[in-house]
Design a protein. Sequence first.
Length: 357
Amino acid sequence: MADPKKSRSYRDAGVDIDAGDALVEAIKPFAKATARAGTAAGLGGFGALFDLKAAGYRDPILVATTDGVGTKLKVAIAANRHDTIGIDLVAMCVNDLVVQGAEPLFFLDYFATGKLAVAQATTIVKGIAEACRAVGCALIGGETAEMPGMYAAGDYDLAGFAVGAVERGRVLDGATIAAGDVVLGLESDGLHSNGFSLVRRVVEEAGMSYTAAAPFAANRSLADELLRPTRLYVKPCLAALAAGGVKAYAHITGGGLIENIPRVLPAGLAAELDAAAWTLPPVFAWLARTAGIADAEMARTFNCGIGMVAIAAPSQADAVARGLTHAGERVHRIGRIVKSGGEASLHILNMERAWPG
């Protein structure tokens, strides 16, 4: 039985309010650096405000998304590398917004851990702010939860919430996609933030350390390669959309190529891709070879080198590709839209010939 005369505090239970306050103060400059037109308040209040009119919108539709980084966090924790995981968090959310034709406006993060390490958390939020600034999205708030007993020592979890806007009548929904349209693939920067439960299993069964040299990349550690952050496609995709010709985008995340591209296709159509139209990056070839992963499973689990897809009419595809390339993307013509009975689907040709297994 507890001694009724002994004073207890929240700190005794494992929650350090002072550490939380120190984190808020440490990250305020990062959040302030993401301010944009429409931002109406700083960190520290019970809620954050955003003025759509001040952001230049007349009749906007709001688009909201939420996501996390998945078990890629376990790689970051094992390698003690936390500087890019916040970029992943933002990218996973804002890349989904641009698929709807929406400009990201503001972002909020949720950081949960058993014991708050201020320096570590500051590094993570700095990465979040860096990505927000890169896409013109304001970091207007968030939550830090210290929950002893919920997480093992050193573990943490992240979630992100992004809101964007698109003028009414300009929502990108893929409704005009037709047979004969061209599928353009924008290269990924590696694994991005999907499939890491399988990746971690492969690394474990191979008896490898994340600090060891990557067997598929010279002068790089395995952690260097696996922790490459998710590519931020927002600004190039918005620029191409504004220039005209884009009928749809598809962000290649969980579910890989096979699950994500059909999500933007009308019924009765299929995307037919040619695996020989782009080179499978070394990290994917290594995974397939090391673990004996079948081609179809690779395409259903990973982005396989294509992180975003754009669909355009044949007469406009070259112009769209040039615009995306000019904006810094590496673009390939990877397929076409064909008629197909029933639900939207995807087929990939030449996988066995083009993808080393």
